[in-house]
Design a protein around this ligand. Sequence first.
Ligand SMILES: [Zn+2]
Length: 344
Amino acid sequence: MNPVEELNNLREEALRELAGAEELKVLESLRVAFLGKKGKLTTILKSIGKLPQDERKETGALSNKIKKELEACIKEKSSTLKASSLEMKMADERMDITLPQHGSVTGAAHPVNSVLIEICEIFISMGFSMAEGPEVDFEKYNFEMLNFPEDHPARDMQDTFYINNELLLRAHTSTVQIRTMLVQPPPVAIIASGKVYRKDADQTHSPMFHQIEGLMVDRAVTFKDLRGIVRILLDNIFHKDIPIRFRPSFFPFTEPSAEVDIGCTVCNGAGCKMCKDSGWLEIMGCGMVDPNVFDSVGIDPLRFTGLAFGMGVERIAMLKYRIPDIRMLFTNNMRFNLQFRGLR
Ligand SMILES: [Zn+2]
């Protein structure tokens, strides 16, 4: 085969392969194969010097012509492939800004928090201030100074979580009454809320629950004041003139003591499973501060009287929102929790 024929064959081969290249990588390897230092065309160009004089000129000119043609072809193909790969990338990353967005989810106050905040607001509007105490507290603040006798069953290890002989997880927020009266002389009007702990667990009891309670100490505080405060509280929580009754009861730290019932929120007094057919639901405990408690904190019971009341926040949330099982309040099921969205 003479060199001209060889060159023409090479040209055709190169053009055919370049036309079929679909990727920049393939294009580059073709450039190396034909035009690289050891490429097919370069090899021919190098051998031109060995040709007879008369063939040299024609072959040399043809070689250069083919080289330029191939270079131009590679350049054009390269820019076409670059443009199409950019287009593909852009199509891949395209974002349709006309698509509707996913709905955003707003949170909700937990029913326990919702009721707690509501009760605090009612008392703050009546002039009470907030008081706090630790969840791990002294046994004496939890029992002894609140007039619990030595042999009171609540002091039993089976009912209360003891840390050691002196410390326990408070069984009620009444520890805050003692802590407040020890440092603040009357008049006192406080509410205290927070977690309390008892060894108790079933459909209506949880080993940890929330209490909120109040204490008012001043000259001539009477049971009539207590009744008035309870009426304002329950009317505000249940948003109506709800039936209320006071039942005589007993607590070590109040004398006299009473439990407060409200007309059943489910059957309105007709009798149902919730109220065990009585038409009434227990809602809170209250009473006049026992003189022994005043003695233990150094307040003169002949000069001052006081009222105290307390309630379980979960119980109020359950009665208000008709929640049948206290455990529903602690499982953090979002489908349950989100039902209370918008209450506050
Ligand atoms: Zn009922």
